[in-house]
Design a protein around this ligand. Structure first.
Ligand SMILES: [Fe+2]
Length: 265
């Protein structure tokens, strides 16, 4: 069952009826949510079953933090460039999304929370928090699918609302999968505020509903945006799969290094 099955996608339609563009958009997002469900990717199960000593290696945890934080950073920064939402009412709704990521009590942010969660399990950070800034510079510290995702996020988010919807619809699934995988090695990991507050307040489920609701309103008024909206959602979902593939390669390389040390020649 796809995550979207649990989301009330009808919020924006109750009083106005569905349009063909809205129906087609929701059907496409549901397919994307099913085909690109992050927890199906081997990275999460391979991380969970990794040798415990290897999983606790500060360098490995630092690499995982770098790639995951870079991908999250890219989407958090890209949200500020969403198009078609410039009316006062839409700006208010966008602002709430910004606040959920970057306006936490006491000046905290999801970015800082995530770094603390990884440092709490011993990760040796590759970059300082404030070095997560311009995509081009950040990509100097990345390669492969991770660099591709980071470089795509801002242009895709600024072209249509589709990428935002795809990421928000998939996010609760990958956060749960990551928390579950690392909790095998670090049982307290899922209690970190980055995860615990998100899960208890269903922040990502709310973001998914909000992104879909807003996009339905936009498509009802401007159905000609449908093709670009769906295409953008597909492209970022494929790029996100790449992030998990990249992370899995890091985990497998670490696992092979462990095997080379522990197995007789
Ligand atoms: Fe979100």
């Amino acid at each position: 069952m796809s995550h979207i099955s649990n989301i009330d996608v009808s919020n924006g339609d109750r009083h106005e009826g569905r349009s063909d563009a809205v129906d087609e958009f929701l059907a496409a997002i549901e397919v994307i949510a099913e085909q690109h469900r992050p927890s199906r990717m081997p990275f999460f199960s391979n991380l969970a079953t990794l040798d415990h000593t290897t999983a606790g290696d500060p360098s490995l945890l630092g690499q995982i933090h770098l790639v995951y934080q870079a991908a999250m950073h890219a989407t958090r920064a890209a949200v500020y460039y969403l198009p078609h939402l410039d009316s006062p009412a839409m700006r208010k709704r966008k602002l709430q999304i910004f606040v959920d990521d970057d306006g936490l009590p006491g000046g905290d942010t999801h970015h800082y929370q995530l770094t603390r969660a990884f440092r709490g399990i011993g990760a040796k950070s590759v970059l300082d928090d404030e070095a997560f800034a311009e995509p081009a510079e950040l990509c100097c510290h990345l390669d492969g699918e991770a660099a591709r995702f980071v470089s795509l996020a801002k242009p895709l988010y600024s072209q249509s609302l589709g990428p935002w919807c795809a990421i928000e619809v998939l996010s609760a699934d990958w956060m749960r999968a990551l928390a579950d995988a690392l909790s095998v090695h670090f049982p307290q990991f899922a209690d970190e505020p980055y995860f615990a507050e998100c899960f208890s307040e269903m922040v990502e489920e709310r973001h998914a509903e909000e992104s879909l609701s807003i996009t339905q309103m936009v498509l009802r008024a401007r159905p000609e945006l449908l093709p670009a909206t769906i295409e953008g959602a597909k492209v970022i979902a494929e790029a996100l799969d790449g992030v998990w593939t990249h992370l899995d390669r890091i985990v497998q390389t670490a696992g092979q290094g462990c095997a080379a040390v522990t197995e007789p020649a």
